[in-house]
Design a binder for this molecule. Structure first.
Ligand SMILES: *Cc1c(COP(=O)(O)O)cnc(C)c1O
Length: 412
């Protein structure tokens, strides 16, 4: 992996960059902004002279409270926060180019509140794209995804008032069944749908399964319909590209138009750090022309948002560097493999994608009290579960998994 931006920076180097960025932002000592409701945190409540803040650039940023409203990879943005917006731009460019193989400056993006927002942003852009470029009527547009897809996609369909079509997957492989895909497209077409917004998964929430965007493209192309493909990598986006670098789920693939990542999952960033990345030329389809008082264009689903979140992601990426991150993921995958080997030895049935750190065990093998004790997550809370999953993260150590295996073995 040749990395253009994704290097390692020492804590001191990071501190210097963040301090410089905060100095470029509005300085409330010298400037009193009388026209806009921006402010640092209330100093009557949050004491800003604590000595430990000297060592803590993220907390200093938190107190200065930059507002990153808007999208900073195109057009002009609010000038008050130019310094830290630059750090967000660096995160977007690093992730597009080094993690997801885009050409230099070929993507726009922003730190969204989470995967949900990033997925809705994508669907919103494509809905408007079909309306503006093809004069599509709303009832001619559909969202298309597998039945293992995250529910934020149904939420998007509901909000945008377009129909949502779910494709069944194979129970063993969790792969989309091509015949069902054909059938669904045919039925939708007969029903007047001409435009498809595809949500293709890079690591489903429950299984970690990865869809093939080219399968969608191949099938939709047969039916003479328009489509755009968004990749939901909210769970797998910081794992799959690293553990399985030769893949077609990135911007090298012309079928992929945009990608969601979530820094607050595998990257362990603070909540509120989803990432939306999209090829240039698409963000404009959601420009709110009425937003005249904000400098720059209003083209994000969320309005005001904390710039500190972007800095947190920046710090995590530059603390590890590409190699450090690769090592961390490799360790998690070794543990996942260890777990699968143990399950194989006691003949417990499960699904696992070889490049991901989720093991999803068939519920028939897991007594309810063990699932509860170990905090395993069921596929449903309203009916009898079919599956329970284990996500192997940093805190899920082998010693703990071993206890789980011992207890499970004793039950069999
Ligand atoms: C978690 C998740 C989401 C939603 O992300 P939030 O950050 O909770 O909004 C969307 N898609 C997938 C695949 C996820 O795992």
């Amino acid at each position: 992996m040749e990395m253009k931006y994704w290097k390692k920076l020492s804590h001191k180097e990071q501190d210097t960059r963040i301090t410089e960025a905060l100095e470029i932002n509005i300085n409330y000592r010298d400037i009193v902004p009388i026209g806009i409701p921006v402010s640092k945190l209330d100093s009557n409540v949050f004491y800003e002279h604590a000595s430990f803040l000297k060592e803590a650039p993220l907390l200093r940023a938190f107190i200065q409270n930059p507002n990153h409203i808007g999208c900073h990879t195109l057009g002009v943005s609010e000038p008050f926060f130019e310094g830290t917006q630059q750090l967000e731009r660096e995160v977007i460019e690093l992730l597009s180019v080094d993690l997801l193989k885009a050409g230099d400056n070929s993507c726009d993006g922003y730190i969204a509140t989470g995967g949900t927002e990033a997925n809705i942003q994508a669907a919103w852009i494509y809905r408007n794209y079909f309306v503006e470029n093809f004069s599509a009527r709303i009832e001619e547009i559909a969202l298309l995804s597998s039945l293992d897809t995250h529910y934020s996609v149904t939420k998007a369909a509901n909000l945008l008032n377009v129909r949502s079509i779910g494709i069944p997957v194979n129970d063993e492989t969790r792969m989309i069944v091509p015949e069902y895909l054909d059938g669904a497209i045919e039925r939708a077409k007969a029903d007047g749908v001409k435009y498809f917004i595809v949500i293709s998964n890079m690591g489903t929430t429950m299984f970690g399964s990865v869809d093939d965007p080219d399968l969608y493209a191949a099938h939709l192309s047969k039916y003479d319909v328009e489509y755009k493909i968004h990749v939901d990598g909210a769970f797998g986006g910081f794992v799959f590209p690293v553990s399985c670098p030769e893949n077609n789920v990135n911007f090298l693939n012309p079928n992929v138009s945009s990608i969601t990542l979530d820094a607050h999952k595998m990257l362990q960033a603070p909540y509120g750090t989803g990432v939306f990345l999209v090829r240039k030329g698409m963000m404009q389809f959601v420009c709110t022309r009425e937003a005249k008082y904000v400098s720059g264009m209003d083209i994000t689903l969320s309005g005001s948002r904390s710039g500190t979140n972007a800095i947190a992601v920046w710090m995590i990426l530059f603390t590890y560097g590409a190699h450090g991150w690769f090592e961390k993921i490799s360790k998690l995958l070794l543990r996942t493999k260890w777990l699968c080997t143990q399950l194989d030895m006691i003949n417990v049935g499960y699904y696992r994608h070889p490049c991901l750190n989720i093991v999803t065990i068939r519920a028939e093998y897991i007594p309810v009290h063990i699932a509860g004790k170990y905090g395993m997550v069921p596929d449903t809370h309203t009916e009898m579960p079919n599956w329970y999953k284990i996500v192997v993260m940093d805190h899920v150590e082998i010693e703990y998994l071993q206890k789980f295996i011992e207890e499970l073995t004793a039950q069999i």
